[in-house]
Design a protein around this ligand. Structure first.
Ligand SMILES: [Zn+2]
Length: 652
């Protein structure tokens, strides 16, 4: 998964090993196959009516086989890929249970809000359930966030289903059907049984597969086949808020074709029957990406495909979510491979699940031509700066940001530098870049993380199965690729407090991180499109276009002077704040002996702060270090495709 926050700042931005080992776990981790099945797993019938999607309300009618006596039903709580208890039970309404012609009394569990208790009357063989789901109006959050507009919607089945206690989601079967708004088209990885006008019947599938297979639908809809004629099939199913937004430029189509081919070359196998890139283009849905085994639910601004800056900022989303089919869905940390949606997940290994996905996602973005080589290096420079100015690393190990994922996704951006955030994404990417350069150094550039990808995520090709892994499995696989003290390498950077940022991948890769007064293309796009300026490396503030100080670098110049997050930068050297005024004033500090004067508002009080700062504006960039081989350039070379001659992003 990738959150809106990772996307918006991204620049600054969602399993080994034998058939037998698949189901075994260490004692601390929840076993995947743990249900005490005393009865045959049921087949649930689920009819979803999405015809009122533009009103943001969805109706479900279920038939759940049941025997007379007490019955416990669960609403899905821990949503795969969201790494937390994010099931939107608060947005359900109209709950009604009937059996044998009677309306049943029900009670929510006093402790677990996702559990319902009822009693099935004598003579009944099943329970009918009616339930509505109201999609939020605010465009924030993940799959429980805004998902419907006047013109399109994404249906996540976990909103609309209850299931009985005592069974693994792999064993429960669901016969689902879906009614669409008149005239809308749809796309999904869920196999279809029958396609009638505006109503679709799906083939019976496990509850796992159903919840893993959302449906995208809309009035403006296009299907773009990728690597046409090859098996397994791939397609991009795009729903947009306008017909104009669906016009995919040829160079972008070529890059997505390349992405499918380059991923095949990187991993050497595929673990899906077919693959659907479900792409929502709207300014009124939550922006994020959520991985699934045979599809991904990626949501970007309406004009993503037709605006250069938006394309540059959104380029790495599909490669990230697609990579999760291998890393996250097929191979999954044992603590995240839970038997159903009620068992809590444990995220300690998210620096592999998300960090390695971030790394391979960036590499594939460059190899496929969605980014130019320069843009890949710009992204590395930007995240290197971000994690250089992250003093929270002085107290908090990277692993703890993964363990605490379920609370950190919802944390305020204020105080991120001191609290840390979901740092296992991009700090993880820097650590995996370093691992790649070490493997290349150890083997005379004959082996690389590509070999790890083949060994750990690759052959043989399978359907969508889950193979859990542990920390030891990662260490062992790295040692199989290139012997090295990988346990110490990972322990020093991830398990222990690591005060120094992991920049060795850049250095080993033949580049140096430098600060200049020129923003790179990605930084420029972030400032202009995201209305966000990162001055962490100069006076230590992150500020939005209206002057709101989102965060201060703990221990930095501004913080030490008394400035904190939530305050507002009103004027710089006596002139009203804007990015241009601020940038020019920072530049001028190199030739001025005067302090930088900042007028700041704090809860209706104004104060001027004088900062004795003379190092100018400092934007991160990578420059070539010719004393070392350019391993970074080798890493991002396409393996099987020719990148588009015109860059699909940032053409002027
Ligand atoms: Zn992810």
């Amino acid at each position: 998964m990738r959150s809106a926050r990772l996307l918006s700042l991204s620049l600054i931005f969602c399993l080994s090993i034998s058939a037998f080992a698949q189901r075994s776990n260490t004692p601390a981790q929840p076993p995947r196959a743990a249900a005490k099945a005393t009865a045959a797993a049921p087949t649930i019938t689920l009819a979803v009516d999405a015809s009122e999607a533009p009103r943001k309300i969805f109706h479900a009618k279920m038939n759940i086989p049941a025997s007379p006596g007490p019955l416990v039903l669960y609403y899905p709580k821990w949503i795969p890929g969201e790494h937390g208890p994010t099931g939107p039970v608060v947005d359900t309404a109209g709950l009604k249970f009937t059996a044998a012609g009677q309306t049943l009394a029900w009670q929510r569990d006093g402790v677990d809000m996702y559990t319902y208790h009822l009693t099935v009357p004598a003579g009944a063989t099943s329970v009918e359930v009616n339930m509505d789901y109201m999609s939020p109006v605010e465009s924030s959050g993940f799959s429980a966030g805004s998902s419907a507009t006047a013109q399109m919607a994404v249906v996540s089945w976990n909103w609309l289903v209850l299931y009985p206690k005592g069974f693994n989601s792999d064993d429960i079967q669901v016969r689902a059907s879906l009614k669409l708004p008149a005239g809308w088209k749809y796309g999904t990885a869920l196999p279809v049984a029958n396609n009638a006008a505006e109503s679709v019947s799906f083939a019976p599938a496990s509850l796992t597969t159903l919840i893993d297979s959302p449906v995208i639908m809309g009035a403006h809809f296009s299907v773009v086949p990728l690597q046409q004629g090859q098996n397994p099939p791939h397609e991009m199913d795009i729903a947009a808020d306008s017909e104009a937004a669906l016009q995919m430029p040829p160079e972008l189509k070529q890059a997505y074709n390349n992405l499918v081919a380059e991923a095949g070359a990187l991993y050497g196998a595929r673990h899906y029957r077919d693959y659907h890139f479900l792409l929502s283009l709207s300014d009124h849905v939550a922006h994020f990406g959520l991985e699934h085994h045979e599809s991904n639910d990626s949501r970007l601004p309406e004009r993503y495909m037709v605006d250069d800056h938006l394309r540059l900022l959104g380029a790495s989303l599909e490669p990230h979510e697609y990579t999760h089919s291998w890393n996250g869905k097929y191979r999954r940390p044992a603590g995240l491979a839970t038997p159903e949606y009620e068992t809590p997940m444990q995220g300690q290994l998210l620096w592999v699940y998300e960090g390695l996905t971030e790394y391979f996602g960036y590499v594939l973005t460059a190899r496929s031509g969605l980014w130019t080589p320069d843009q890949f290096r710009e992204q590395m420079a930007n995240i290197a700066m971000q994690y250089t100015y992250r003093p929270g690393r002085q107290w908090r190990p990277l692993e703890d940001t993964a363990t605490a994922a379920q609370i950190l996704y919802g944390a305020s951006p204020a105080w991120t530098s001191w609290r840390r955030s979901v740092d296992y994404y991009d700090e993880g990417a820097l650590i995996w870049l370093e691992a790649d350069t070490i493997i290349r150094q150890q083997t005379g550039n004959k082996k690389s993380m590509d070999d790890f990808a083949h060994l750990f995520l690759g052959p043989p090709s399978t359907g969508p199965i889950v193979k859990p892994y542990t920390f030891d499995d990662i260490v062992n696989a790295l040692n199989q690729v290139a012997p090295y003290d990988w346990r110490k390498f990972l322990t020093d950077r991830i398990i222990n407090v690591a005060p120094q940022p992991p920049l060795n991948g850049i250095i080993n890769g033949g580049y140096r991180l430098v600060y200049t007064d020129t923003p790179n293309e990605i930084t420029k796009a972030v400032e202009e499109e995201r209305d966000f300026m990162d001055a962490a490396s100069s006076i230590g503030i992150l500020v939005t276009k209206d002057g709101t100080i989102q965060d201060t670098i703990h221990g930095g110049l501004a913080a030490t002077a008394g400035i904190g997050p939530g305050m507002k930068l009103v004027a710089v050297n006596g002139r009203k704040f804007s990015f241009d005024v601020f940038r020019d004033a920072l530049k001028a500090t190199t030739s001025s002996k005067e302090p930088l004067q900042l007028l700041v508002e704090n809860t209706e009080y104004y104060k001027t702060y004088s900062l004795d700062y003379h190092d100018g504006v400092r934007y991160p960039n990578l420059v070539r270090d010719t004393t070392k081989p350019a391993l970074i350039d080798d890493i991002i070379k396409p393996k099987v495709t020719t990148p588009p001659t015109t860059s699909p992003s940032a053409t002027q």
